[in-house]
Design a protein around this ligand. Structure first.
Ligand code: SAH
Length: 220
């Protein structure tokens, strides 16, 4: 029952995407990807009826599924090409990973909360999304799978993590909300040489913090 994508859902999704377009996201491939992903599959049971509101909602473990506008905005800024190797930090509900997969890229996604990691790793294949899942600390990235064409961080980082910079290809791009607890600047970082980067700011957003280490969900 839960995995039913009805005309009603599709209609609500179209409205949501129309709203996101009005807020300024214009990339057609990104908008189409959002149209395809049934966000209600990714919500916690108590919030399913809000799936097509343009808001973040709780997904347990003190975490949230990002606001669809924010997902669209970050994805547009990331500017992926088909078959790119993309590293996502903060799997959470898996919604952002699904949007990336709809764009035809390969997704490697890391989550530090064990319960969320297990839940999302079980859910996504059931709804035909197959990123590669990793339980671990996103600050460390995935050296064994580097380098990446694109790196997307979906939690607020106080600084740009050096290890992630090292795992980005020359010519690659990283999108990261950088700042403290109140709000963060959306930063686009382009790696122009082995030790050369170009940084630009793209407005203020509010994310849950990127935390160090891993958590088994019992003590945080
Ligand atoms: N991309 C998610 C957004 C989830 S919110 C979605 O579409 O639903 C941010 C997520 O980042 C949370 O699940 C949080 O547990 C995770 N996170 C925070 N710090 C992390 C770290 N160091 N490594 C990996 N994941 C982290």
């Amino acid at each position: 029952m839960k995995f039913e994508d009805t005309f009603k859902h599709k209609g609500l999704r179209q409205k949501l995407v129309d709203g996101i377009m009005l807020k300024g996201v214009r990339n057609e491939d990104v908008l189409k990807a959002l149209l395809k992903v049934p966000r209600h599959y990714f919500m916690d049971s108590g919030f399913v009826s809000f799936a097509y509101k343009d808001q973040a909602f709780p997904i347990g473990e003190d975490q949230t599924i990002s606001q669809p506008y924010t997902v669209a905005f970050q994805t547009e800024l990331l500017d992926v090409r088909k078959h790119d190797k993309v590293l996502e930090i903060g799997t959470g509900s898996g919604y952002q990973a699904a949007v990336l997969l709809e764009l035809g890229v390969r997704v490697f996604t890391i989550e530090r909360q064990r319960k969320l990691f297990l839940k999302t790793q079980a859910l996504l294949p059931l709804i035909h999304y197959k990123p590669r899942f990793f339980y671990g600390d996103g600050y460390k990235g995935l050296p064994a799978f580097a380098p990446f064409d694109r790196i997307l961080i979906t939690a607020a980082a106080p600084e740009i993590p050096v290890e992630l910079l090292q795992q980005l290809k020359v010519g690659g791009k990283m999108v990261i909300p950088k700042g403290g607890a109140m709000n963060q600047d959306m930063i686009l970082l382009e790696k122009t040489g082995e030790d050369e980067y170009k940084e630009s700011k793209h407005g203020l957003f509010v994310f849950v913090p990127m935390l160090n280490g891993t958590s088994n969900g019992n003590n945080s």
